[in-house]
Each structure stands twice: as structure tokens, then as C-alpha cells.
Design a binder for this molecule. Structure first.
Ligand code: MF3
Ligand code: CO
Ligand code: CO
Length: 257
């Protein structure tokens, strides 16, 4: 196992931007299809076809460590890694769609929450808190900051909203490899852990629960749920550390952060 964090060149980051923009374009494409009555399996089929036929790219999850589908769909109390299938989305659901594409050998990884019909106030709130948790993390990123600083900022924000941060799953270095060092925890202590340098590329993808942080893995060995069945939300971007700050590789030009 190699634990070294590999810095990317400017050219490599441009190649990652292509993959990142493609992944974001899949979320843009699928938006109108996320409606009451659609199955998560149908969403997977639409994304698979778009990634392969339109983008001429590869859906990274498919067959990754045995994962059977091309995207992850995580509904309500599912935290992450939900497997698309026969589940029918209904009015009031919240669903995370997580897209990772490989283009010219480089990965782009991004996810967001979609509201199905008209979710409750608390469902909308967990989506908003998780989004703001991601923004809080991204705004910390610049050379000299540590991963502990980022985790601490995310955790402090989420807990200030009386929500909790999942511990067992984290962000990750990304490049030619889907999940590479470093691990990017969404909790931590200021001044601890790896110090950021220009050229690092990684994801931030906080999973935030309305109830307790504890997780449970379902027997399918992929689907992660909240132990207390409380609602959970997650948003993810792929980032590069620049000389003076951060470059969000999966943000489309007309998308606010
Ligand atoms: N896209 C997820 C992440 O953010 C990983 C999914 S792995 C899979 O890291 F196998 F479940 F697809
Ligand atoms: Co990721
Ligand atoms: Co992802």
C-alpha cells in the first residue's frame, strides 16, 4: 500500500477538470428525471447511457470492488452507496445521486441531494445543512491549512445545527485512482493531520445525519444506513489546491457553490 500523496501538475489538473465537468453534467442531465414514480434503477440506466454514449466516458462505480451499478442512489435514511434498483421514488423523498466518471484515465466525483416532490421541512433542512457543511469545508482549502482544520470546521458547523457527522466514511484523494491518499475526514482537531499543498486533489463529501452519527451496513455489503433511521444527506465536490486557494473541478460555470 502506497500512502504517499501525489501532487498533480497543471496539465493533469486540466485533465481532471474535464472529468469533473463531465460528472457534474450527469447530475445536470438527471435533474429533470428525479420525480415521484421513477425507480432508482431507471436513473442508473439514464446515467449509464449518458456517460457511455454522450460523454464517451466510463462510469467508475460499475464493477468497482464488485459494485453492481453505474451510480449510487441513497434515499432518505440511506447515508451512502445505495444500489439502484426497483425502489420507486415517492413524493417527499430526498435522494443523493453520486456520479463518478473516468475520462482519459482521470476521475471526477461529485454528488448532490435531490428533492422528490415536496419534502418536509426537516428533510429540506438536512439537505441544506449537509450542503453548507460542504461549502464550509471547501472555503477552508488553501496551502498551509491542515486536513484537521477542514474536518473541524465541517464538524463544528454541522453540530452547531444539532446534526451529526458520519465517521466511518470520508473524502479521499482522487486522480488516476478513484480512492487514493489522503483520507479526508469530516471531523477532527485544528492543526492536526496533513498540511495542504498546491497540486493536491481530493474530494470533500460530508455525510450529515439528523439524528445520531452511527451507521449500519446492510447485508448487501454496500448500502449504509443511519442506525437510528434518521434522515441523512451528502454533497460532494472534487477539488484541487491552488497556490492561493481552491479550484472546484466539479462545479459547472453557472452553478453557485
Ligand atoms: N462515489 C463514491 C465516493 O464518493 C464512491 C462510490 S464507490 C461505489 O467516493 F462502489 F459504491 F460506487
Ligand atoms: Co468520493
Ligand atoms: Co462520490
Amino acid at each position: 500500500m502506497n500512502h504517499a500523496v501525489v501532487l498533480k501538475t497543471a496539465e493533469e489538473i486540466e485533465a481532471m477538470r474535464v472529468a469533473g465537468q463531465q460528472a457534474a453534467s450527469v447530475l445536470r442531465m438527471i435533474r429533470e428525471h428525479v420525480q415521484p414514480g421513477v425507480t432508482t434503477g431507471k436513473l442508473d440506466e439514464l446515467c449509464h447511457a449518458f456517460i457511455v454514449d454522450e460523454l464517451k466516458a466510463v462510469p467508475a462505480p460499475l464493477n468497482y470492488r464488485g459494485f453492481p451499478k453505474s451510480i449510487c442512489t441513497s434515499v432518505n435514511h440511506v447515508i451512502c452507496h445505495g444500489i439502484p434498483g426497483d425502489k420507486v421514488l415517492k413524493d417527499g423523498d430526498i435522494v443523493n445521486i453520486d456520479i463518478t466518471v473516468i475520462k482519459d484515465g482521470w476521475h471526477g466525483d461529485t454528488s448532490k441531494m435531490f428533492l422528490v416532490g415536496e419534502p418536509s421541512v426537516k428533510a429540506r433542512r438536512i439537505c441544506d445543512v449537509a450542503h453548507q457543511a460542504l461549502i464550509t469545508g471547501i472555503e477552508m482549502v488553501r496551502p498551509g491549512v491542515t486536513l484537521g482544520d477542514i474536518g473541524h470546521a465541517i464538524q463544528t458547523y454541522a453540530e452547531s445545527q444539532r446534526c451529526s457527522v458520519v465517521r466511518e466514511y470520508c473524502g479521499h484523494g482522487i486522480g488516476r485512482v478513484f480512492h487514493e491518499p489522503p483520507q479526508v475526514l469530516h471531523y477532527g482537531k485544528p492543526g492536526t493531520g496533513l498540511t495542504l499543498k498546491a497540486g493536491m486533489t481530493f474530494t470533500i463529501e460530508p455525510m450529515v445525519n439528523l439524528g445520531k452519527p452511527d451507521t449500519r451496513l446492510l447485508p448487501d455489503q454496500w448500502t449504509v444506513i443511519t442506525r437510528d433511521r434518521s434522515l441523512s444527506a451528502q454533497w460532494e465536490h472534487t477539488l484541487a489546491v491552488t497556490d492561493h486557494g481552491v479550484d472546484v473541478l466539479t462545479r459547472l460555470p453557472d452553478d453557485p457553490l
